[in-house]
Design a protein around this ligand. Structure first.
Ligand code: PDD
Length: 287
């Protein structure tokens, strides 16, 4: 069945939605995005995603082409129009189209940004197989640009990382830079040693995950010990457990790093507890 999608204020059947071939998102990857999960028809962590969108736009000197209220209204409208129970809303904002190709940014007064949104239905979002089995990860060098804190649509290298993982029979790849893990291709990375959760500190080296921030808050509230620092692959391989977080996977256990099984090779208790906590708590603030 055809979805209803959102393009610059209009709700259209997906076959009728169009964007200029001169759009800078298409020509220059000059755009940012957000992915917000939907559980039981409600948006998870919407405020966090909206705040990060505003930050990404500001860091790139882009003018927000949609107000906070309209953004929330459009998310809700799309969820309703597409009858999404569990799934996600994808949002992309680009610097628009100046009607030609030019490296220089167009004047935002005359060239408005492009806003596109669509939904994806994922009935098994909560009961995904990997939540129970965990995933194996491989490491790959982090060859991305150095502003990973901005959620841009430059996803070619992360896609290549996913393909390398697939070719190796793994579920995902962790990026490594200067001997330390930065993050997963589309998630933040954690290890657990004893009762301590270790994850890289915030900087321009990683995306400031909205799920990361919520999970660390819930972990602290549950008196779990958290250390924010970078870790190596060999430290991960000798950890008791590991996991990743993102808006679409919540907390997903990692059971193997570069061929080395962690603990007894099955998902660990900390990842399981944090997944339960995250889902339970974020449902309370779902809108
Ligand atoms: N990815 N790091 C990277 C590189 C990411 O692409 C993502 C999210 C995260 C986790 O951020 P959050 O918890 O705010 O989802 C970390 C999204 C889900 C995606 O590209 O589909």
């Amino acid at each position: 069945m055809s979805r209803t999608v959102y393009v610059n204020g209009d709700y259209l059947p997906e076959e009728e939605a169009t964007i200029s071939i001169f759009d800078r998102g298409f020509l220059m990857a000059d755009g940012v995005y957000e992915v917000t999960s939907v559980l039981g028809g409600k948006l998870i962590d919407f405020e966090g995603h909206a705040a990060r969108l505003a930050r990404s736009l500001a860091e790139l000197d882009m003018v927000a082409p949609i107000s906070h209220e309209d953004l929330l209204a459009a998310h809700r409208e799309l969820v309703a129009k597409n009858d999404i129970d569990n799934g996600l809303v994808y949002l992309q904002v680009t610097r628009g189209s100046a009607g030609d190709r030019d490296f220089a940014f167009p004047d935002p007064e005359t060239v408005p940004g492009t806003v596109v949104m669509f939904t994806q239905s994922k009935p098994d979002l909560l009961e995904s197989a990997v939540a129970t089995t965990g995933i194996r990860v491989i490491s790959v060098p982090d060859l991305r640009w150095h502003r990973r804190d901005i959620k841009t649509v430059q996803l070619l290298y992360p896609s290549m990382g996913k393909m390398a993982a697939k070719a190796a029979g793994a579920g995902d790849a962790w990026f490594v830079e200067d001997g330390k893990v930065t993050e997963g291709t589309s998630n933040n990375a954690y290890i657990v040693k004893g009762s301590k959760i270790v994850t890289r500190e915030l900087s321009n080296d990683i995306l400031h995950g909205i799920t990361r921030s919520a999970v660390l808050r819930y972990a602290a509230e549950a008196q779990m010990e958290v250390e924010e620092r970078a870790f190596t692959i060999s430290e991960a391989q000798s950890a008791d457990e590991a996991f990743v977080t993102s808006a679409t996977t919540f907390v997903t256990p990692v059971i193997e790093v570069d061929g080395a099984a962690l603990g007894d090779g099955t998902p660990g208790p900390v990842a399981k507890r944090l997944r339960e906590l995250y889902i339970e708590e974020s449902l309370k603030t779902a809108v």
